[in-house]
Design a protein around this ligand. Structure first.
Ligand SMILES: Cc1cc2nc3c(=O)[nH]c(=O)nc-3n(C[C@H](O)[C@H](O)[C@H](O)COP(=O)(O)OP(=O)(O)OC[C@H]3O[C@@H](n4cnc5c(N)ncnc54)[C@H](O)[C@@H]3O)c2cc1C
Length: 423
C-alpha cells in the first residue's frame, strides 16, 4: 500500500538537454559587433519612434551596447535572432512610454513587434528575442530592496538570482528563488519556479506578495492579494501574457548557508542511481522539508567519448550529510568524488551555473511522469539507447535529467495557482 501511495502521489520531471559546443573546446562563442551589423534588419518605423522618444534608452545595431544585449542569452540560437533595436528602460515611466508607442503602432499594423527579456535563459528562439522587432531588455530593473522589518524583498525583474542572493546572504536571509545563479528573476518567477526551498514553501510564484506591472495600455499598476487580486492570481505561471512585470515583492526568511553539491559517479552506477532516486522521492511520509533534490543527471559527452552520472543533493540548513541523505541509496554508491559541502546559497547556485555555461546551442524537452520504477528505468533505457546514433555528432553533450516535483510543493503558498493535477 505504501508504495502504491508513493506512485500515485509523486511526479517526476524529466528534462533532456542537448547542447552543441560551439567551439572545439568548451568555451562559449559570441559574435562581434561587426558580424551582428552585417545581418541586422533595417531600422523600422517603430524603432525610429522609440529612439526619438527615448534617445538615452534605445540602443541600435553597431554599438557595443547592442552587441552586449543581444549576446547575453544562455542559448546560442537566441543570440542569432537580431532585433531592429533594443530598449533598455531605466524607469517604469520610460517603459510605459515605450509600451504606449508599441501599442499605438500595433493598432495600425498588428504583426509581431516586440519581445521581453529578463535573464535570457529561455532556449526557445523568439521567446525573449525577435527578428527585426523591438527587444525590451529589463536588465536595468536591477534593484534588490529589503523591507525595513526584513520580512520581504522587492526584486527588480531584470535581476539574475545571483544578484538577489548576494544581497540576502549578507543578511542571513533567503527567498524562494532560482537554483542556478545566472537564470533571470523575471522568466523563472512568471513561469512558476522550482527552488531549493520549494519543499519548505512551495513554488516560486506561490511566494510572490505583489507584482508591479505595465499593462498593454502603458498603465503602471500593482497586483496583490488585495489589489487587482484576479491579476495577481493570473500572473502566477502567466509568463508574458498579461503585461511586463517590473518588480516582484516576495517573502524573505532566515537562512544561513546550505549543504549542497554534486556526487560524480561512473556510468556503471546508472541503474543504482535510478533506483536510489525512486526510493528517495517515494518517501512521501518522511520527506524532510529541508531536502532539495535529488537531481540526477546522466550525460554523454561526445568530445570525450564518455558517459558520466552526477547527482545534486541539497539540504537547506548548514548540516553536513544530514540524516535524510545519509540514509539514502546515494551514499553507498561508488563515486569518483563529491563536491557536497556547507556553503552560501550564492556559491551553491554558482556551482549549478558553472555546469551550464552560456553560448552553446541548446534544445530542451521536459515531461512529467509518476515515480514508478519500471517507467524510470524505461526512460533511462530510451536515453541510453539513443546514444549510439549520436556518437557522430561532433561537440554534442546529451543529458537526461530526473528531478522531483511533489504535489505538496504545489499546494503550499498560494495553493496550486497553475492548476496542476496534484492527484
Ligand atoms: C541552465 C538553466 C537552469 C534553470 N534552472 C531552473 C530552476 O532551478 N528552477 C526553475 O524553475 N527553472 C529553471 N530554469 C528554467 C527557467 O526558469 C526558464 O527558462 C525561465 O524562463 C528563465 O527566465 P529568464 O528571465 O532568464 O528568461 P528570459 O529568456 O529572459 O524570459 C523567458 C520568458 O519570460 C518572459 N519574461 C521574462 N521576464 C518577464 C517580465 N518581467 N515580464 C513579462 N514577461 C517576462 C519572456 O518574454 C520570455 O517569454 C532553468 C533554465 C536553464 C536554462
Amino acid at each position: 500500500m505504501a508504495s502504491t501511495t508513493a506512485i500515485t502521489l509523486v511526479a517526476t520531471v524529466f528534462i533532456i538537454v542537448l547542447s552543441l559546443l560551439i567551439l572545439r573546446g568548451f568555451l562559449p562563442s559570441q559574435r562581434t559587433a561587426d558580424e551582428k551589423v552585417s545581418s541586422v534588419p533595417k531600422p523600422t518605423v517603430v524603432s525610429k519612434l522609440l529612439s526619438t522618444s527615448l534617445p538615452e534608452s534605445v540602443v541600435l545595431p553597431g554599438s557595443s551596447a547592442f552587441t552586449k544585449a543581444t549576446n547575453s542569452y544562455w542559448a546560442k540560437q537566441e543570440s542569432e535572432v537580431i532585433p531592429a533595436c533594443v530598449v533598455r528602460p531605466r524607469t517604469t515611466e520610460e517603459l510605459s512610454v515605450a509600451v504606449k508607442i508599441l501599442k499605438q503602432e500595433y493598432d495600425k499594423d498588428p504583426r509581431g513587434m516586440f519581445a521581453v527579456r529578463s535573464g535570457g535563459h529561455s532556449p526557445v528562439p523568439n521567446a525573449a528575442s525577435i527578428q527585426g522587432g523591438v527587444l525590451i531588455d529589463l536588465s536595468l530593473f536591477n534593484k534588490v530592496i529589503l523591507s525595513e522589518d526584513k520580512s520581504s524583498v522587492t526584486i527588480g525583474a531584470g535581476n539574475r538570482w545571483k544578484d538577489v542572493s548576494a544581497v540576502l546572504d549578507k543578511n542571513d536571509l533567503a527567498v524562494v528563488g532560482g537554483r542556478n545563479s545566472n537564470v533571470g528573476v523575471g522568466g523563472l518567477t512568471l513561469g512558476g519556479g522550482l527552488s531549493f526551498f520549494s519543499p519548505q514553501f512551495g513554488l516560486v510564484c506561490s511566494n510572490v506578495i505583489s507584482y508591479e506591472i505595465i499593462l498593454a495600455s502603458g498603465t503602471v499598476t500593482t497586483a496583490s492579494e488585495l489589489v487587482n487580486s484576479d491579476l495577481w492570481h493570473a500572473l502566477k505561471g502567466a509568463s508574458n501574457n498579461f503585461g511586463i512585470v517590473t518588480s516582484f515583492r516576495v517573502h524573505a526568511f532566515q537562512s544561513r548557508n546550505v549543504w549542497s553539491g554534486f556526487l560524480y559517479l561512473p556510468n556503471s552506477q546508472s541503474s543504482k542511481v535510478v533506483a536510489a532516486f525512486h526510493e528517495f522521492v517515494g518517501r512521501t511520509d518522511t520527506y524532510d522539508k529541508y531536502t532539495a533534490g535529488p537531481i540526477a543527471c546522466f550525460s554523454y559527452v561526445q568530445p570525450l567519448g564518455i558517459q558520466v552520472v552526477s547527482v545534486n543533493l541539497v539540504y537547506t540548513k548548514p548540516e553536513k550529510w544530514p540524516a535524510c541523505w545519509k540514509s539514502s541509496g546515494f551514499t553507498s554508491l561508488w563515486r569518483f568524488w563529491s563536491t557536497c559541502k556547507v556553503q552560501s546559497l550564492t556559491s551553491a547556485t554558482d556551482e549549478m551555473n558553472n555546469l551550464n555555461p552560456p553560448g552553446r546551442r541548446q534544445l530542451l524537452a521536459a515531461t512529467t511522469i509518476k515515480n514508478d520504477l519500471p517507467t524510470l528505468f524505461a526512460a533511462h533505457a530510451i536515453y541510453r539507447d539513443s546514444i549510439e546514433a549520436l556518437r557522430g555528432v561532433k561537440g554534442l553533450s546529451w543529458t537526461l535529467v530526473m528531478q522531483p516535483i511533489l504535489p505538496e510543493w504545489v499546494r503550499m503558498g498560494s495553493p496550486n495557482p497553475m492548476g496542476l493535477d496534484t492527484d
